[in-house]
Design a protein around this ligand. Structure first.
Ligand SMILES: Cc1cc2nc3c(=O)[nH]c(=O)nc-3n(C[C@H](O)[C@H](O)[C@H](O)COP(=O)(O)OP(=O)(O)OC[C@H]3O[C@@H](n4cnc5c(N)ncnc54)[C@H](O)[C@@H]3O)c2cc1C
Length: 510
């Protein structure tokens, strides 16, 4: 079978590797000069930084991403280092104790800091455990067959019973139910602002899943990915590019090819079937099957054409909300920021009005780093990313794809200066000790991903969004990647690509 894949991000590469290993003729077209999409490690003056995913779930032993690497025969090429994230609020922060104090040390610390919230905190952690049980059953069910599937379905129902009164609640309702303090609400929910999703739009039962206890202390026992909802996070040693290189290696070793600098301009449709693609240089290539990643609007409205699609499919694309983009400043510095940071990757939340912050962001009103940001030091775990005695630092924050005032092209460097100045409140001396700097604006991300509106994590977890299925209304055309039904995140686009190939080939021939 001749398979053409649009996009060499982790979705396209994973699908390509499975298809090539199954003996099919695979070509991946990538419009950017280098492969990987946003899963890329960029280099300058001896430093290296990741530009997309930094701390990933799904790649520790037993996790779904690790299983995919094993199935593709490249697991030994990707070292995942299990680590913690840090979180600093304006009002307080919880530093991990030097000696392990059990799985609920954060609850105890929060009660010490907010004694008036003791009852709410205790009840919230009960809710957390119930949600973890529910999601664990859901995960087990996803991979179970026969009698075992029946068993997990029953367990899922039982796990759902204590939560049924909250099933339609949004994130804000859940937080208001348990807490009075705006700081605690933001502590548990703040990451939704990173997804450019307002608390009132986010599913309430999802709140514990975006603030896992295991994410903040790797000593808290986790269950490998398929067995439990409490997963662990890891850095990819030497940068996420090694993930790209490994999966691309599996693809090319089986005879597949990745052609960079080749933009697909049209998906050719004949009698309701996808039959090939047309490239920007006018070349046409026929295909038995096409898998497209990238932005939904661009794939279906530019490459395919609305006229070939049913109205409801077009309506979903029009109505679904997207995320915004990021402003990212990569620094090479000559001192170790470790003494100033609770973890090598740390979130700093400033605003407690997430609802308003998301609204401002969507209207193009950039917060200049004042609402919060993230600082990450990749060379702590990957010395190859900085010359000896130097450190690579990434500072980034969510930013509007398009500025309401000014433009990223003219204001990018100035806004980068402001972001670094905000970061200096925590890590002093960043500007003075900068040896090199690389700024990535939403405009740069747009170019890299071929999106007219850069949505950094794909489809946001907004309750009203309707996911687009991998199987499209057009025969032989499949949609994969961060704006498809699997949603964003490296492990999700990889498992989604695997699932799509299974659907295409049928389980027996997978
Ligand atoms: C700043 C940032 C931080 C992130 N943090 C995390 C994290 O911590 N953990 C996590 O799991 N995930 C994270 N993500 C999300 C995750 O990286 C993405 O969801 C995932 O990598 C997307 O993979 P993809 O293959 O769908 O898309 P992409 O990586 O965007 O790849 C799509 C590719 O398709 C190409 N393309 C599109 N259209 C065409 C065309 N017409 N012709 C040819 N080529 C085309 C693009 O050029 C691009 O290379 C982050 C992303 C960003 C940007």
């Amino acid at each position: 079978m001749k398979c053409l894949i649009i996009g060499s991000g982790m979705a396209g590469l994973t699908a390509g590797a499975y298809l090539a290993r199954a003996g099919h003729n695979v070509t991946v077209y990538e419009q950017f000069p280098t492969p990987g999409g946003v899963t890329a490690t960029v280099r300058k003056d001896g430093f290296g930084w990741d530009i997309g995913p930094l701390l990933l779930d799904g790649f520790l032993p037993g996790d779904p991403g690790r299983q995919i690497l094993e199935e593709l025969g490249v697991s030994e090429r990707v070292t995942a280092l299990h680590e913690d994230r840090g979180l600093v609020m304006k009002e307080f922060s919880l530093r991990k104790p030097a000696s392990y104090q059990g799985p609920r040390w954060r609850l105890q610390r929060l009660i010490e800091l907010f004694p008036e919230e003791k009852q709410g905190l205790t009840a919230y952690y009960r809710f957390y455990d119930q949600v973890m049980r529910l999601f664990t059953c859901a995960r087990r069910l996803e991979y179970a067959t026969g009698l075992s599937a029946l068993y997990w379905k029953l367990r899922l129902l039982l796990a759902f019973l204590p939560l049924r009164d909250k099933k339609d609640w949004n994130g804000q309702q859940v937080m208001d139910h348990y807490f009075k303090s705006a700081a605690i609400k933001t502590f548990f929910l703040g990451i939704v602002a990173d997804f450019v999703t307002a608390p009132s739009e986010f599913p309430g039962l999802g709140v514990p899943t975006i603030h896992l206890e295991t994410a903040f202390d790797k000593r808290i026992p986790r269950q490998p990915g398929l067995r439990g909802a409490e997963v662990g996070y890891s850095y990819i040693q030497n940068g996420c590019q090694s993930l790209v290189d490994a999966v691309m290696g599996a693809l090319t070793a089986s005879g597949g090819q990745v052609l960079t600098g080749r933009e697909v301009k049209k998906i050719l449709i004949e009698e309701g079937k996808a039959v090939g693609v047309e490239l920007a240089d006018g070349t046409r290539e026929s295909a038995d099957v096409i898998l497209a990643s990238g932005a939904a609007r661009e794939v279906f409205h530019d490459l395919v054409g609305k006229e070939h699609l049913p109205e409801d499919w077009n309506a979903i694309i029009e109505q679904n909300r997207l995320m915004e983009s990021v402003l990212m400043v990569q620094l090479g510095i000559d001192f170790d920021p470790a003494p100033y940071m609770p973890a090598s990757l740390c979130y700093y939340y400033h605003t407690t009005d997430l609802e308003a912050a998301v609204k401002r962001l969507r209207s193009g009103d950039y917060h200049e780093g004042k609402d919060g940001f993230l600082i990450y030091v990749p060379s702590h775990h990957s010395p190859s990313l900085a010359p000896e005695g130097k450190w690579a630092v990434t500072i980034y924050t969510v930013a509007p794809d398009t500025l309401a005032r000014g433009s990223w092209q003219t204001d990018g460097e100035r806004l980068a200066d402001l972001l670094v100045a905000e970061a200096e409140a925590y890590v002093p001396g960043l500007r003075q000790h900068t040896l090199t700097r690389l700024v990535l604006t939403p405009e740069d991300f747009r170019k890299r991903t071929h999106m007219r509106h850069h949505s950094f994590g794909g489809m946001p977890p907004v309750m009203s969004n309707r996911p687009l299925k991998h199987k499209t209304p057009i025969e032989n055309l499949w949609f994969i990647g961060s704006q498809s039904e699997n949603g964003g995140g490296v492990v999700h686009v990889m498992t989604g690509a695997r699932k799509t190939v299974r659907q295409i080939l049928g389980e027996g021939r997978f």
